[in-house]
Structures are given as C-alpha cells and as structure tokens.
Design a protein around this ligand. Structure first.
Ligand SMILES: Cc1cc2nc3c(=O)[nH]c(=O)nc-3n(C[C@H](O)[C@H](O)[C@H](O)COP(=O)(O)OP(=O)(O)OC[C@H]3O[C@@H](n4cnc5c(N)ncnc54)[C@H](O)[C@@H]3O)c2cc1C
Length: 729
C-alpha cells in the first residue's frame, strides 16, 4: 500500500482552493452571506472538473477514494481558505441513498447532475402536521398507471425556491403501521401542480418555503426502491444528514469569526475576560467534536455501524454553534442590535449586523434534521435498552484494556496486586528493567481500571513516579528507587512542587546545594502503604527524601483516596537531577499524569452513567419506573453526551502526545474538559438518585466523589483555562 503524504495533500488542496475557487464566492463566505445557487453550482463544477466532486462517494461512483484523514483535511482547508462547503442535499443526503437503494438507471440518471453541480435538490420531509413525528406525514401519492398522483403539502423546505428537484416522503398506504405506508419519490419541481411559497424567518434570509402539491404526476420510475419502504430509505438519509456535524470545519470557521469579532467588540475588562474564558470553554468542546467527527467519518468509510455517532455529533456540534453565536451577539451588544434595520453599511458596522442574522439563523440548528429533543430520545432509547457498552468504546480497545477492566471489576486490588501485574513498569524503557510500552498501553490500563471502578491513583504511582525516575540521570540511588518502585522493595511517593501538584505547603522550604535540608510541611501527598521515599519534583530539581524520620499523618482526598501530610523535621534530600535534566524529567512525567487523570475521569463516567441508568430502571415512583419519565431520560442523554465529548477530547490529546507532537494546548483543553465534565456527570448522578444520591452507602457515591476529585488532580479546570488564556501554549 502506498503511503499517503498528508502534508503534500494539504498543500495541494490549499493551492487548488486558493487559485480555483472564484474570488466573488470566497468574498461571499468572508462576508457570511447566503451562498446562492449560482455560486454553489459554479464551485461544485470547479471541484468536479478537477476530479474532486464527491469526496464522500465510493470511487466507482465518481468519488475521490480519499481516506478519512484526507477528507478531513479537504473540509478543513476549504473552510480555512474561505471556500464554501459543498452543497449537501445532493452529495451528502440523496447521493448515499441512490448508491445504496437506487436502481442502476436512477444512478445513471441522477448522479451526474449532482456530481457536476447542474442539478439542485431539496428535501420534502416535514409537513404542517408532521414535524418530529415525521412518520405521521399525510401528503398522499396514489398510483395511476405508470405514475403516482401526489397531493398535499410540505413545509420548511429549504432551497425549494431555487432547486430543480425535491426528494419527498409521501404516503402510499394507510392500511398498516404508519411507517410502512411511506414511499420516497424524486419529483421535478417544475412539474405542473407544484407551487412554492416563501416563509419569512427571523434571520431575514430566504431559505425555507412551503411546497404545495396538487395532483402532481410523478412517474413510478422516480420511486426509490420499493413502495412502502420509504421510511427505511428516509432514515438512512437522515443518518447521513446528521453526520453533517462530522465536518467540523464550518464550526471552526465560525469560531474564528466570533474570536475576531470579540477582539473588536470587547467592552470592559471583566466582559473581555468573561468572553475569553467562554471562548476557551467552547474551543475545548470543539477539540472533542473534531475527534468525534474523525471517528464518524472513519467508521462510515469502513462501512461500520454508526450507532449513536450521528445523534451525538448533531447535538454537540449544533449546541457549540449556538453557543458561539450567543457569544457573538453579546459582543455585538445593544448598539448594533438596536440598529438591525440599518441598510447603509456606512452608517453601521455591517459585520456586526450580519452576526445578528447569523445568530438568528443558528437558532434553527437544534430544530432541523431531528431536534435536540428527538436526538435525546434516540440516545436514551439506546442507553435504557441496549446499555452503555456498545456506544462507549474504550479510548484504546484491546487486551490491555480488557485485563485492566477485569482487574478493576474483580475488586480488592491493592498496591501489591498492581505490582504483580507490572503496571508501574509500563512506561519504563526495557533497558531500565521496564516493559517499554507506549502511552497508549498506560491509557488502556488507567481507563480499564477506572471503568472497573478500581480505586487507586494509577496516574501518579504507575506513570508519574516511574517516569520521573526513569528520565533522571542514572546513579546509585536513582537505580535503587526505580527498580524498587517496580519490584516493591522501595515504595516511592511523589510531590509535584508545581501548580499541578495542588499540595498544601506550610512553611515548606528547601535549601540549595547537594544535600539540601527540607523543612516545613507538605499536605495532600498521594500515599501508598509502606512508603519509603518521597520524590520532590520541580522545574529545576528532582530530589529524593527518605521517609524515615519524617512525621507522617494520614489523610485522604475528597473521594477517600489515602494521602499523607508530611512534616519534615530537618530531613535531608538527595539530588537526583538538576537544571535541564530535572526540567526534562518533569516535562516527561507531568503531562502524562495530567492526561491520565483525564482518562481516569472519562473512564469513571461510564460506570457512573450505567449505575444511574440501572437505578432509574429499578426505582418506581408514580406507579412506573423512573426510567419512563422523559425529563430523566433526557438528563441521562445529556450525561452521555457530556461523556462522549470529554472522552473524544482526551483521545485527541493522547494522539497528539503519542504522535510525538508537543501537545500542551490540546492537553490543557482535554484536562479542562474532563474536569468540568466530570463534575457535570457527578452532579447528574447525585440528582437522579434522589435522596440516595446523598448517601455514603450507595456505590455510585464513591465514584461521584472520584469524579469530583479528578477535577482537582493535576490542576483544576481554571488552572488549565488560565494557561490557555495566557496564550503561550
Ligand atoms: C430553518 C429550517 C430549515 C428546515 N429545512 C427543512 C428541509 O429542508 N426539509 C424538511 O423536510 N424539513 C425542514 N425543516 C423542518 C424541521 O426538520 C422541523 O422543523 C423539525 O423536524 C421539527 O418539527 P416541527 O417544526 O414540526 O416541531 P415539532 O415537532 O412540533 O416540535 C416542537 C417542539 O417539541 C419538541 N418535541 C417534539 N416531539 C417531541 C418528543 N417526542 N419528545 C420531546 N420533545 C419533542 C421539539 O424538539 C420542539 O422543541 C426545517 C426547519 C427549519 C427551522
């Protein structure tokens, strides 16, 4: 197989987009104007002539044969170069249906016009009485010889006023279950008997219409598949429509626009700080969204089942877009909002006014294509019937994850058992007596253990401590501690003397020199039974302190994990590393700990959500299981969506780190995300357990506390947000 040079591919797409996308079309995108049919068709023709007409179709149907990463690069570069995304109704919605369910004759007839941009399609699904409950649609199609005769009305039909064709779900039977009497027809919009009427919308843009059908004759040859099977085809089409969220490039484009806007319309210092922090929050959610998009495109291209991916992508991407527009309108402020009627661009800030339209337009995101509420019904349906496992894949699936999950689930695992499984050796190179495994294996262990509800700080004891030691220069003490920490002959604790350490230090001081005196108190150091040494890790020194003679008081974290408060009555430390060597050891260890604490959080969210689902199924109120109440089902769906986005952000950060990139920015965003989201999931679980959520006996309580604690480990959300805001990551 030939290796793809993605950098060269990206350069090729960029150069093509910059030189071939007509300047007037790029200007429309820059000005956030509605892309007209003419512009969109011209752009599609340019792409088609270059062989890039249909990146999402198989090669044999005129597709490009790109892999998921190339498709992602293509979409991203188009957005970055201010070229429009491709028009969706033909390529992304109907195209896949023609490929899967259309006849050869239909493919030959309809696909070329979609490919080269000549034919323009719109979607005739919704009706005045049938929105979310689409299957109740009533526009009827009666067979008359070789034709159907269609009578009824569609509503909210985007682009109908500029389209040539409508793909419409119509009712061909009322005999059976309502889903069974639906048929999918392809109807030319210039057919006699069709009237299109504009609907005025709050964004002042003409895009939706009513479409009236009065005895419109449609040849039977224009029917997709079999009569009465339209619901199956229509749903398949909708799943592709919802996958639209997998193209995250427009969201990033929107983000850039809002960021620029907020820089110009900041207001007071407090307002600016608030806007900056909210942008960082949104950006961190976009990190996960990007990873979710990649995963979905990859799965779709491999022909795998997409499960809840389309619903997850749709809800998360649409909510992010709305949050961005919300920020934009706040930045624009009342001055411009009150001048919305202004048409003379010299008299008002035209860009600010356009944002008001964009804001209104984006309110429709969570309504169209199956509203947020409908998606949450679907998600809850899966979680309550099919469980969480099929829709919560491990970050790094495989035998390592499975073994850790089993170990965690079996319970009763202590430090001796962890040593027996060799987990502290994982990241230590083989020539230092370790297993020489990669970051992904450690992630698999930590996530598996967390899902199995194992209660140990593996991030600190199995990753940070061994990594600090293995990256310090060799020496007698170093060798003894590293080997001892792996075989149990030494038990080494670690205190990170950094902002991430989160330690309570009182009168703590370290002398300079080769054998410095340590004095004062350090509280909240993660503990292990029989600890023999403490590593003190800072950016310029790595020290080891023998613990005999140090005053040790037992304590615990928020979730009851053992910690110790250490009182150094004049203990002497030994230097393991100084200067750049110490900084290097810290830089190798601390980011891994930060990542793993995010992994621990997303791993713990899974049993918390699963246990909450089980509780709602078992507990009855008002003569029925709580699981029957939609408000509670939606809260579970929200918890799942929170988990989904968080775990994707953590996965992205892991990949950036594993690929050897210095990934401090994605790491900070992933940790910010997992910290905030851990809290959200814990709060949901406490609330949905009612009074039981407040009790110590409930197994979920310990996990809830662990989620809350994970938000503090290796720096809390605010610490990472501040780093991101400082702009040097
Ligand atoms: C800008 C725009 C463009 C559109 N483009 C098209 C298009 O091109 N083609 C097309 O066919 N349609 C299109 N639509 C229609 C769109 O798909 C529908 O608006 C959508 O399906 C919701 O239907 P409805 O408007 O009838 O709302 P309703 O179904 O009446 O819903 C009203 C509210 O109740 C909630 N709700 C409904 N049922 C449930 C339930 N079971 N549980 C919980 N909550 C529920 C909804 O989420 C919503 O908040 C478009 C709509 C808009 C606004």
């Amino acid at each position: 197989m030939t290796q793809i040079d993605y950098t060269a591919f990206e350069a090729e797409v960029r150069s093509f987009a910059e030189t071939h996308c007509p300047a007037d079309i790029r200007q429309m995108v820059r000005d956030s104007k509605k892309i007209t049919r003419d512009a969109w068709s011209r752009w599609q023709k340019v792409l088609f002539d270059h062989g890039w007409g249909a990146p999402n179709w198989p090669v044999e149907h005129g597709g490009t044969g790109w892999d998921a990463r190339q498709r992602y690069i293509f979409d991203t570069v188009l957005a970055e170069t201010r070229c429009p995304p491709q028009y969706h109704h033909g390529l992304r919605h109907l195209g896949p249906v023609l490929i899967k369910y259309g006849s050869q004759e239909q493919r030959d007839r309809f696909m070329p016009g979609i490919l080269d941009g000549t034919d323009w399609w719109c979607q005739g699904y919704s009706e005045p009485g049938s929105g979310s409950d689409l299957a109740s649609l009533r526009t009827k199609a009666e067979r008359d010889g070789d034709d159907y005769v269609v009578t009824g009305q569609k509503i909210w039909t985007s682009h109908a006023h500029e389209a040539d064709w409508i793909y419409a779900l119509v009712r061909t039977s009322v005999e059976d279950k309502k889903q069974k009497g639906i048929t999918l027809l392809l109807i030319p919009l210039d057919s006699p008997g069709i009237t299109v009427k504009q609907i005025r919308t709050i964004d002042n843009i003409h895009h939706v219409n009513e479409v009236f059908f009065e005895s419109v004759r449609v040849p039977v040859a224009n029917r997709i598949g079999e009569e009465g099977q339209g619901w199956t085809y229509g749903k398949y089409l909708l799943s592709h429509e919802r996958l639209g969220g997998a193209n995250t490039a427009p969201t990033f484009q929107l983000f850039d626009g809002v960021k620029r806007l907020t820089e110009r319309h900041g207001g007071s210092a407090l307002r600016r700080a608030d806007i900056q922090l909210r942008l960082i929050e949104i950006e961190s959610r976009m990190l996960g969204l990007k990873e979710q998009g990649r995963a979905a495109v990859g799965a779709a291209m491999r022909g795998e089942s997409l499960g809840l991916m389309p619903s997850g992508l749709k809800v998360i991407s649409c909510n992010i877009q709305q949050a961005l527009c919300d920020l934009a309108i706040e930045a624009v402020g009342p001055t411009h909002a009150a001048r919305r009627g202004t048409v003379d661009p010299d008299q008002a800030d035209a860009e600010a006014l356009r944002w008001i339209s964009t804001y209104f337009l984006n309110r429709s995101r969570t309504i169209v294509g199956g509203s947020d509420e409908v998606q949450k019904n679907l998600i809850a349906g899966q979680l309550f019937k099919g469980g969480l496992d099929p829709v919560a894949p491990a970050l790094v699936p495989g035998p390592v994850f499975d073994a850790a999950l089993r170990a965690g689930t079996d319970g009763g695992i202590n430090w001796a058992a962890v040593l027996g499984m060799g987990w502290p050796m994982t990241l230590v190179p083989e020539d230092q007596g370790g297993a020489g495994a990669g970051l992904e294996d450690m992630v698999a262990i930590v996530e598996g253990a967390a899902r199995g509800t194992l209660d140990l700080n593996l991030a600190m004891h199995c990753a940070v401590t061994p990594l600090l030691l293995s990256h310090a220069p060799a020496g007698a003490l170093h060798d003894r501690l590293l080997a001892g920490h792996m075989d149990g002959s030494a038990v080494v604790l670690t205190a990170l003397l950094t902002d991430e350490g989160g330690l309570d230090s009182r009168d703590f001081s370290l002398e300079p020199g080769a054998n410095p005196l340590v004095s004062g108190m350090l509280g909240g150091v993660e503990a292990l039974p029989g600890a023999t040494h403490l590593l003190l890790a800072s950016a310029d020194r790595l020290l080891a302190v023998p613990l005999d003679g140090v005053g040790i008081a037992e304590n615990a974290t928020l979730d009851g994990r053992p910690t110790v408060d250490l009182r150094f009555g004049g203990a002497r430390a030994e230097v393991l590393a100084e200067g750049t060597a110490a900084a290097r050891a810290l830089n190798m260890a601390q980011p891994v700990g930060t990542l793993l604490s995010g992994v621990d959080a997303v791993g713990t969210m899974v049993p918390v959500i699963a246990q909450t689902v089980a509780y709602l199924q078992g507990r009855r109120q008002f003569d029925q299981p709580l699981a029957e109440f939609q408000v509670l089902r939606h809260r579970i769906a929200d918890m799942y969506l929170t988990y989904l986005n968080s775990s994707a952000a953590v996965l992205r950060a892991m990949n950036d780190m594993a690929e050897g990139e210095t990934a401090p920015r994605s790491l900070a965003m992933a940790k910010l995300r997992s910290s905030r989201d851990a809290k959200t999931v814990a709060h949901g679980a406490i609330q949905l357990h009612g009074g039981m959520g407040m009790t110590e006996e409930l197994p979920t309580t310990r996990l809830n506390k662990r989620l809350l604690q994970s938000g503090f480990d290796f720096g809390d959300a605010m610490l990472h947000a501040e780093r991101l805001a400082a702009g040097n990551l």
